[in-house]
Design a protein around this ligand. Sequence first.
Ligand code: IPE
Ligand code: IPE
Ligand code: MG
Length: 241
Amino acid sequence: MNKPQHVAIIMDGNGRWAERRGQPRAIGHRKGVEAVRNAVKAAGENGVKYLTLFAFSSENWNRPQQEVSDLMGLLKFFVRRDLAELHNENVRVHVIGDRRGLSADILALLTEAEDLTRENTALNLVIAFNYGGRDDVTRATRTIAQKVAQGLVDPARITEQTISDCLDTADIPDPDLIIRTSGEMRISNFLLWQSAYSEFIFLPCLWPDFDEEEFRKALKEYACRDRRFGATTDRAAAAAT
Ligand code: IPE
Ligand code: IPE
Ligand code: MG
């Protein structure tokens, strides 16, 4: 079965999950953290090497202050509760997104998670936090412009690889599969550059209901996709071997 090396997930629908039960949105977010556990377990069991989870977007600051603070609190809760177990399971944690603008305690926790798990070799868990695809490209452009200004980079020699190397995902392969839950069919400023040739699967289930069965269903659908990368099926298959 054709398996994705990198699965990225837009974890959407926490608010609706709670609202449908007449509960505050915060309850949906809390339940969403449990679904994260399901996703990590399912990724590991299915031989996925990279799992990226979109946890907080650069636009999510536009939510009510209380909700933003709930989401920050849940990230802290998740790292504090699960870091030792992730480390035990040989999971390496990476964080992508703009770290400026995050509070000192969150920054410290994220850095601790990355440092502790740096040598781990099983699943790579990439947490996209305060992440926006346009922001990623903007910050990369700034980095390249600075190098040009310092005479370190010749503008004529800038390639796609130069840009990829300056993104937050520099050492992470592009996602093969992007899953979005909650039935919304949009990218919401997720990995814009990196998703150029990703396969998309939109699941109707709300994020708190996501489980290993949903993950397996998505992998099954992915296995039937014919990825051509602009070539023909035969040539794309030959290039992949
Ligand atoms: C996803 O659920 C969590 C984050 C965006 C952080 P939502 O909070 O977006 O849930 P809906 O889309 O309002 O149902
Ligand atoms: C995308 O979901 C961001 C995350 C899952 C973290 P949103 O709920 O923020 O996206 P929109 O607003 O529906 O496009
Ligand atoms: Mg949403």
